[in-house]
Design a protein around this ligand. Sequence first.
Ligand SMILES: [Zn+2]
Ligand SMILES: [Zn+2]
Length: 220
Amino acid sequence: MTKIKEKILNANFKKIPRCFIVIVFIYLLAGGILGVMAVKTQLSEIISLKEKGAVYLEENKNKDEVYEEYSKKKDKEKHHSQKEEWKNILKTQITPLSFNSKIILVIILGIGHILMLVYWILISAWLYQAADKAKMRKNLWAAVGLIGNILAVILFISVRDYIRIKCSHCDEWQKKNQFCIKCGSSFNKECPSCHSIVAQSEKYCGFCGTSLIENDNLNN
Ligand SMILES: [Zn+2]
Ligand SMILES: [Zn+2]
């Protein structure tokens, strides 16, 4: 367990999502083609059945007897949902799936579920690492990730940005403060005009509107 935790903390989450997207793309492409091939016979049967059904209705529309009988049958089946009707058609008029086709479909669905699970765990693993970097409770955030997934990521980023600051010089996350606890650089600067303390990243003073870019350039 400690080894797994160490691996997650050192994982490269810039590379992993790209690899994962490529794998999912290949899966969708190959799975789609194989899936259609596996149910090719059944698909063409359903299509021709639909066409035949339409022809049957058109031909018999004027033959009252047949149409009436058809209508009665329809009334009887009214409480049946369309889904069940389809189930019946599939059972009686479509060639059953061959063993090989079934195996292929089960494998495709199985891989799909595994990919979904991997995605879910990756989100949680990223949260574990990000929370550790931001000196927040990593176990808690990993657990929140398992429950909330992408919502947990949004929540985490909101909370982190509210209570933590990242040093632009050394990338160290820390409690919001005046100076970086790792490299000592200041998070704030002083407005040369009104001497208010403003954030390092601000381009104009929020108190008096003096441009802080020009001053940076002048100082350099
Ligand atoms: Zn720093
Ligand atoms: Zn100012």
